[in-house]
Every structure is written in C-alpha cells, then in structure tokens.
Design a protein around this ligand. Structure first.
Ligand code: NAD
Ligand code: UDP
Length: 314
C-alpha cells in the first residue's frame, strides 16, 4: 500500500541538500516539517512550499531538544563548508554532538527512522583510495577541521550506540563532495567558488598547487541515494558520492573553459589538514541500494552554471 501520510522531519532543510530533499518528499505527497536555524540556510530555498498544507517550517536550533510527532528524521543540520564550520568551531562541535543526540533521542522516543548525514570527512586525510566504509580514517583531532570531522565521527558513534542499546532505526550515510543549484554564492566550497569567480570575471583561486583530488556528486544523484538508503534495511555506514576523481586544477580548467577562457588561476596557501585525495568506494551502495551516480561532472557543472547565471551574485 502506498504511504501518503509519512511525516518527515528534515533538520537543516533550508540548506543546499536539505531543500532538494524536501522538494522530493513534497513531490511524493508526503508531509514535511523543516527545522532550521538559518545559520547557512535561507528561507527562499523553500519558497514554493510555504502555501502547501503538507509543509511546515520551524525556526529551531538542534542543539536544543524539541518534542514533535514524526515518522522519519533526516538529520542534516550542520554547516558543511569549511569556511562556515570553522567560523564558529565550538558551535559546530555542539551542533554535531548535541544536535545528533537530541535527534536520536527523538527517534528513540517515537521509534522513528533516522538518517544521519555523515561525511567523507570522517576519513580525514585518507592514506588509501578509494575510501571503503571499513577504512578507519586518518583524522587530526586538534586541527581546524576537527570540529567538523570529529563532530561527524561522534555523531556516527552516537547513532551506533543508540542502535545497539535501544534498537534505534539508524541509517548512516557518508556523503562525498556534493554540488549543484542552491549552493550559496558565498558558500566557500570549491565548485561554487570557482563558478562565481568565473561569472564575476575574477581569476580562480586554487589553494595549494591544485594536485589534491575530489570526486563531485551532483545533488540529484545524492538525494536519490539518500532516499534509497532510507527505504532500505541497511543501517550503514554507506558511502554516497560520485567516484570520478578530478584534481582541483582540472576542475578549475574545466570551469574556465566553460565560462571564460581568458581567466587565469591564482594560487593561494593550502589550508591546514586539507585532504590530498578523496574518492568513494561505492560497492555497498551499488549492490545493496542499486544506486549509481548518473550525472557526470560536465553535465552537472552546466546545470550549476545555469543556476548561478540565473541568480544575482554581485
Ligand atoms: P548547508 O550549509 O547548505 O546546509 C546546512 C543546513 O543546516 C543549513 O540550512 C543551516 O542553516 C542548518 N543548520 C546548521 N546548524 C544548525 C543548527 N544548529 N540547528 C538547526 N539548523 C542548523 O550544507 P549542505 O551542503 O546542504 O549539507 C547538509 C548536510 O550534509 C550537513 O550535515 C553536511 O555535513 C552533510 N554533508 C554535505 C556534503 C556536501 O558536499 N554538500 C558533504 C558531506 C556531508
Ligand atoms: N579549494 C580551492 N579553492 C577554493 C575553494 C576550495 O582550491 O576557492 C580547494 C580546497 O582547498 C580543497 C578542495 O578545493 O582542497 C575542496 O574544497 P571544499 O571546501 O569544496 O571541500 P572539502 O575540502 O571539504 O572537500
């Protein structure tokens, strides 16, 4: 029987990935409560849903407990860009620990399913590639990225302890670099930075020599993987991302070619602990979720560039 009355709570739903997830859930006819403190998210990402009776928005900080009746929790609330999570690192740690603790407590009380948006950052600066889910990682516990990396690691720990102690229905998803429309122009992550710089006619800023690699997943693919994980019996952890790996230099060159071949690259110092390589091992997602990334970088960048052309970025 088709379930029309699933009540979803999406924390961080006004942000980049959360708002795309909400679009999908609303399009399926489900009910959605979005909970956000608007640290990086914006109300306009959800404009099309405010008049829909199946949608509600609550301004709330996940570091505070909340009582609410729902069936499923998609726990995304946490700044994801290094610029934003490093601006107030103690708050990032609080959000990661207390926010996840509060949401797990809610899931336990309601016997609700909870999907935790973890990250490839839990692998730190990995010594192996691709990163398999059983790789334990190489994380600096005292560096400038630690508030986020260690925050997500304790988030995963909490999920598994709630599962072992209380049989809480967890799903731990390790998200690899995701990009697409609705990234904020001042998000600070590499894809949006390069596109915005190029559209403004500015030279592109590479940190380091550009030899570090990332694997970029288009947001539609990511949300598809997220939904499949929620619908599955898996508890994870499961990597979801795209396994086509590019150097940051290659990414800059592609974006320059697409937007303005006259632009140049300027090199800036590499931030502390910036991972040298990142590429997901996807066999669990492929085998267990029948999920594959479909949108290649070339196509995803075109869609993202079209988006940034359509909004005001001056
Ligand atoms: P984003 O910054 O666009 O969205 C995060 C949202 O969480 C924002 O709407 C923000 O206002 C909200 N938020 C932050 N702290 C909060 C708090 N204390 N209480 C309530 N709301 C709060 O980032 P995103 O890219 O959409 O990332 C969403 C989730 O996915 C995050 O948990 C992030 O760690 C994870 N993730 C994202 C990526 C990626 O490449 N985009 C990669 C790995 C993991
Ligand atoms: N980066 C860059 N220029 C920028 C922004 C980022 O060279 O304007 C680099 C950054 O140092 C990192 C990579 O691009 O090596 C990806 O950075 P991002 O912040 O997007 O994500 P993360 O480091 O968390 O994977």
């Amino acid at each position: 029987m088709q379930k029309f009355n699933i009540k979803n709570l999406v924390t961080g739903g006004a942000g980049f990935i959360g708002s795309h997830l909400i679009d999908r859930l609303m399009d399926k006819g489900e009910e959605v409560i979005c909970l956000d403190n608007f640290y990086t998210g914006v109300k306009s990402n959800l404009d099309k849903w405010y008049t829909n009776p199946r949608f509600e928005l609550i301004r709330h900080d996940v570091t505070e407990p909340i009582t609410i009746e729902i069936d499923r929790i998609w726990h995304l609330a946490c700044p994801a860009s290094p610029v934003h999570y490093q601006r107030n690192p103690i708050k990032t740690s609080k959000t990661s620990f207390l926010g996840t603790y509060n949401m797990l407590g809610l899931a336990k009380r309601l016997n609700a399913e909870i999907l935790f948006a973890s990250t490839s950052e839990i692998y730190g600066d990995p010594e192996v590639s691709p990163q398999r889910e059983d790789y334990k990682g190489s994380v600096n516990p005292i560096g400038i990225r630690s508030c986020y990396d260690e925050g997500k690691r304790i988030g995963e720990t909490l999920c598994f302890d709630y599962h072992r102690k209380h049989l809480t229905k967890i799903k731990v998803m390790r998200i690899f670099n995701t990009y697409g429309p609705r990234m904020s122009p001042d998000d600070g992550r590499v894809v949006s930075n390069f596109i915005v710089q190029a559209l403004r006619g500015e030279n592109l800023t590479i940190y380091g020599d550009g030899s570090q690699t990332r694997s970029f997943c288009y947001v539609d693919d990511l949300v598809d993987g997220m939904q499949r994980l929620m619908e599955s019996k898996l508890i994870g952890p499961v990597n979801i991302g795209n396994d086509e790996e590019f150097t940051i230099y290659e990414l800059a060159k592609v974006i320059i070619k697409k937007i303005n071949p006259e632009l140049e690259i300027i090199f800036k110092p590499l931030p502390e602990d910036d991972p040298h390589q990142r590429k997901p091992f996807l066999e669990i997602a492929k085998k267990e979720l029948k999920w594959y990334p479909n949108i290649r970088l070339n196509e995803g960048l075109d869609k993202t560039i079209d988006y940034f052309r359509s909004i005001k970025i001056t």
